[in-house]
Design a binder for this molecule. Structure first.
Ligand code: TXA
Ligand code: MG
Length: 349
């Protein structure tokens, strides 16, 4: 398949191009598009054959449901059984933005889109190109992250092209995704809402609106025997090709241990990389450092993490050691993704 690649500037949207992209969706095709979190791989959420095509293009198991993206709050009603009070409150507080809500689905949404579930994930992105594209596409765009299944989500068009060129009809290049980690997912179908995937909208922010919020135990716990409530969270995911290990503990000990591990890896002839924070970058005895940002600036760490994991692949890095991060606020999302990328492989010093 010949994949068209077009550029659209969020601040100066080319309506003719957007309408072309929308037509592709209406005709049952697939278009990758930028959002504020990561790039999405879009198809018509109400068309079962579009959802099947999405699974095929990603190489994704079809029991892993897709998020339905909307551009107008009123459209939530059409795809859900009812827009509950907590859903309204969350929409008021965080939409448009990087939050996905799980609600009971209406019969308008095919099971192909929800992976056979009676619930549907809904998100209203704030990215202007995404919103214009969703409207042009008819209002309901099913979109997982635009990576091949198992790879880190793409935060810029370069990595979408790497994974999807030849597999979909069009890629909209909108530059860098601002946040860099996927949306926060909260399930509103249980008595007490439950955080299924941490993200830029933090647990503390959700609690301010909802009161109590439970947390899916599997988010940070690799030994937990329960199944994650978001089917997609059970897969080893976000993973680079190299062997990633997190080193956790007192900073002094972490730096020493990483230096030791890197020397060992190099003695074995392995191409090695260290994911370090600015504060420690000068303390490692190698030129293979990738600095993920300052410990005080979690937004930058979130923004850089997937790009660094992809760069490791570009450079054929075989062994990666990463410092660990405080798992609160946005740090909860950073550690969740890092732990999954590492297959929960952690050295405690
Ligand atoms: O930021 C994002 O959310 C990006 C952009 C493109 O919007 N999308 C994204 O989609 O990350 P995806 O498919 O890579 O991740 C969706 C996650 C999966 O873990 C899936 O299992 C879960 O959401 N999910 C979707 N529908 C669900 C449902 N009805 N119940 C529970 N989990 C659901
Ligand atoms: Mg994904």
């Amino acid at each position: 398949m010949d994949t068209k690649i077009i550029k659209i500037d969020e601040e100066n949207i080319d309506e003719a191009l957007i309408s072309k992209a929308g037509k592709i969706i209406k005709n049952g095709g697939l278009v990758a598009f930028p959002t504020e979190t990561v790039y999405g791989l879009g198809g018509d959420a109400l068309n079962p054959s579009s959802s099947k095509k999405i699974y095929a293009a990603k190489g994704r198991p079809s029991d892993n449901p897709l998020i339905v993206h909307i551009a107008d709050i009123e459209d939530m009603q059409y795809i859900t059984e009812s827009v509950t009070m907590p859903a309204k409150a969350l929409a008021d507080a965080f939409w448009p933005g990087p939050l996905t809500m799980i609600l009971k689905k209406s019969d308008k949404v095919p099971y192909e889109t929800t992976g056979g579930l009676d619930t549907v994930a809904v998100r209203m992105p704030v990215h202007k190109t995404a919103a214009a594209f969703i409207r042009a596409a008819g209002g309901y765009v099913a979109a997982p992250s635009a990576n091949l299944s198992g790879k880190p989500s793409p935060t810029n068009a370069k990595y979408v092209i790497e994974d999807m060129d030849g597999r979909i009809d069009m890629i909209i290049d909108g530059g860098d995704a601002g946040i860099g980690l996927e949306s926060t997912i909260v399930d509103l179908t249980s008595d007490i809402p439950m955080l299924l995937r941490p993200g830029y909208i933090t647990l503390e922010q959700l609690k301010k609106v909802l009161g109590s919020v439970d947390v899916d135990k599997t988010i940070l716990d690799g030994d937990c025997k329960e199944r994650p409530k978001a089917p997609g969270m059970k897969y080893r995911h976000y993973a680079p090709k190299g062997d990633l290990t997190i080193v956790d503990g007192d900073m002094e000990a972490v730096v020493n241990r990483i230096n030791e591990l890197v020397r060992e890896a190099q003695a074995r002839g392995k191409k090695t990389c260290i994911i370090a924070t600015d504060e420690n970058a000068g303390r490692y005895d190698t030129s293979y450092i990738k600095s993920v940002g300052s410990r005080d600036d979690e937004e930058t760490i979130a923004h850089r993490l997937y790009t660094i994991l992809r760069e490791c692949d570009d450079e054929d890095i075989e062994v990666i050691y990463s410092e660990s991060f405080e798992a609160s606020g946005i740090g909860q999302a950073i550690m969740n993704r890092l732990l999954k990328a590492a297959g929960h492989h952690v050295y405690h010093t």
